[in-house]
Design a binder for this molecule. Structure first.
Ligand code: AMP
Length: 139
């Protein structure tokens, strides 16, 4: 079963495609959080960010980099929130990597990316040191 985004890319279901190249496609979100809310996806299906091969990741970032100013200018946005829901626990509903470009406006009532997490942890310095060391060893 292909994802709904693959069906869009294959032209099987309609979408407002705003950019496409060999490896990536951008289209308007069907349930926009703001006018101009755009999704950028790789043509091929990868569920999570770390599944995307290096060369495709490079192209994906290039398309995001291209689309952010295009979206901001088109809707006269003051800023954009640019984010991935990376995995179901983070709210990812479509298992096909996609970057949300959400236009933001002064006083739009939305929050920063810090608003997405639950209760903040209270971490001691040694816990932070352990976490940093663990991440560093895996990077
Ligand atoms: P996520 O929760 O990060 O997986 O986001 C999935 C996004 O895909 C949501 O913002 C939906 O509104 C959007 N979406 C779902 N179906 C379609 C569709 N057919 N065309 C465009 N956007 C869609």
């Amino acid at each position: 079963m292909s994802t709904i985004f693959s069906q869009i890319i294959e032209g099987e279901i309609p979408a407002r495609i705003v950019y496409e190249d060999e490896t990536t496609v951008a289209f308007l979100d069907a349930n926009p959080l703001a006018p101009g809310h755009t999704l950028v996806v790789p043509r091929d299906e990868y569920e999570r960010l770390n599944d995307v091969p290096d060369d495709v990741a490079t192209d994906l970032y290039a398309t995001i980099h291209r689309m952010v100013p295009a979206v901001e200018d088109a809707v006269d946005a003051d800023a954009t929130t640019v984010a991935f829901n990376n995995g179901e626990a983070a709210g990812q509903e479509v298992p096909h990597v996609h970057c949300h470009i959400v236009p933001r406006f002064e006083g739009d009532g939305g929050g920063p990316i810090h608003a997405v997490a639950g209760e903040r942890p209270d971490l001691a310095d040694d816990e932070l040191d352990d976490i940093a060391a663990d991440i560093e060893s895996r990077a």
